[in-house]
Design a protein around this ligand. Structure first.
Ligand SMILES: Cc1cc2nc3c(=O)[nH]c(=O)nc-3n(C[C@H](O)[C@H](O)[C@H](O)COP(=O)(O)O)c2cc1C
Ligand SMILES: CC(C)CC(=O)C(=O)O
Length: 406
């Protein structure tokens, strides 16, 4: 029986070949940051108010003017189409049916156009900047023509993180059957059969790229390190402004200085994120960095928290700290692998119901009622924690009251 996101994770693990599950689950190097994303939420405890009328709970919000029925954004996840045929389209349809927002990765299997025509959800397009600016510009133009509402530039991949499981497993695009994984693939014939109806098993937006045509199978790191431009700077953010007319979002902000710089350039939304712990290891948990960024931005851009959300209570904590909404990656991918569109809808329903219940129990029936006074960070266990990443965040313990959600 599936009652929470962890149950969905178990189901996904059973249904996917090891190399594909490990790719989804994988973190970089020692996995410190991926674990810190979860641990970070344990440091915030609630201050509940009693005898409040919570007969009506309202979890609606707006993100960049878009009204959402739930404060959840499906994050960009490359190769989601390996978890279910037309996986990105299914996830975008699930977002539409639950009033959430969907972000398509540059590195998706479904194309920009296929996903846009499959779903009525508000869509963002996530951009990786390619060495070939002609390719980059054409991605941006395609996203514009297909009606994507915002461009989300990911800024934490100047090089691919060191994901050792992918190397051990020999994970490639398209996936290959080798002597080492033969038995495992055989055990997952259901996946093999399901995937046989997939239109492709490679990066859909680049099927015409000579580099993809030439190569039979390539590791994600090999391909992306060859294509992504490591020289991207703030100048490119300014350049994107000239080619993209809509709102600009930066994903992967993890300190106050970068947040301020983004605000100066008029970036409309910032995603506090460490890429789910898949990039630089030994960054603090995303929620540990959130207060620093919220305080630096002072309401001039919208802030989204991304990384480690597994419970509705995590979302409530992040919003109380000053985020407008939360982005999720693995939780909806588990759902997608477990049961396609219905699985993604289940992941969204589980989190949304947990948000509702938490708001009721907390005595804050509306998301807009949340502020830092709903949280405690001075619980005794926290003070005793020897190497708390919270201590690295100056001011994180000072929790001024005041509604930062608004
Ligand atoms: C399988 C997988 C693929 C991802 N691909 C991308 C991507 O193409 N672009 C991007 O900006 N982030 C990518 N991410 C990071 C997610 O957008 C998000 O930051 C991260 O998953 C959040 O952490 P969570 O999984 O704990 O929710 C990916 C994450 C996963 C798990
Ligand atoms: C295909 C990858 C480049 C997607 C990604 O960003 C990730 O795996 O974290």
């Amino acid at each position: 029986m599936i009652v929470n996101i962890e149950d969905l994770r178990h189901r996904a693990r059973r249904r996917l070949p090891k190399a594909v599950f490990d790719y989804v689950e994988g973190a970089s190097e020692d996995g410190f940051t991926a674990a810190a994303n979860r641990r970070g939420f344990d440091r915030y405890l609630f201050r509940a108010r009693s005898l409040v009328d919570v007969s009506v709970v309202d979890r609606t919000t707006t993100v960049l003017g878009e009204k959402l029925a739930t404060p959840l954004i499906l994050g960009p996840t490359g190769l989601a189409g390996l978890l279910a045929p037309r996986g990105e389209e299914l996830a975008a349809k699930a977002a539409a049916s639950r009033g959430a927002l969907f972000t398509l990765s540059t590195m998706s299997i479904g194309t920009i156009e296929e996903v846009a025509s499959a779903s009525t959800a508000p869509l963002w397009f996530q951009l990786y900047v390619w060495r070939d600016r002609g390719v980059t510009r054409s991605l941006v133009e395609r996203a514009k023509a297909a009606g994507y509402r915002a461009l989300c530039l990911t800024v934490d991949v100047p090089a691919m993180g060191n994901r050792e499981n992918d190397r051990r497993n020999g994970f490639t695009i398209p996936p290959r059957i080798t002597f080492t994984n033969l038995l495992d693939v055989f055990r997952h014939l259901g996946w093999v059969l399901r995937m046989s109806s997939s239109p492709r098993a490679t990066f859909g937006n680049f099927v015409d790229l000579p580099e993809l045509k030439r190569t039979d199978a390539v590791s994600v790191a090999q391909f992306t390190n060859a294509q992504f431009d490591p020289s991207v700077t703030w100048k490119d953010v300014e350049w994107l402004r000239t080619v993209w007319p809509g709102p600009l979002v930066l994903k992967g902000i993890s300190c106050a200085e970068d947040a301020r710089r983004a605000v100066e350039l008029g970036v409309e939304a910032l995603i506090v994120s460490n890429h789910g712990g898949r990039q630089l290891d030994f960054l603090p948990g995303a929620v540990d960095v959130l207060p620093e960024v919220v305080d630096a931005v002072e309401g001039r851009s919208e802030i989204i928290l991304d990384g480690g959300i597994r419970r509705g209570s995590d979302v409530v904590k992040a919003i109380a700290m000053g985020a407008r909404a939360c982005m999720i990656g693995r939780p909806f991918l588990y759902g997608l692998a477990a049961n396609g569109q219905a699985g993604v809808e289940l992941a969204l329903d589980i989190l949304s119901k947990e948000i509702d219940r938490t708001l009721a129990l907390l005595g804050r029936p509306r998301l807009a009622d949340l502020d830092r006074s709903a949280l405690r960070v001075d619980a005794p266990a926290l003070l005793d924690a020897p190497a708390s990443p919270l201590r690295l965040v100056e001011g994180a313990r000072r929790l001024p009251a005041g509604n930062t959600h608004g």
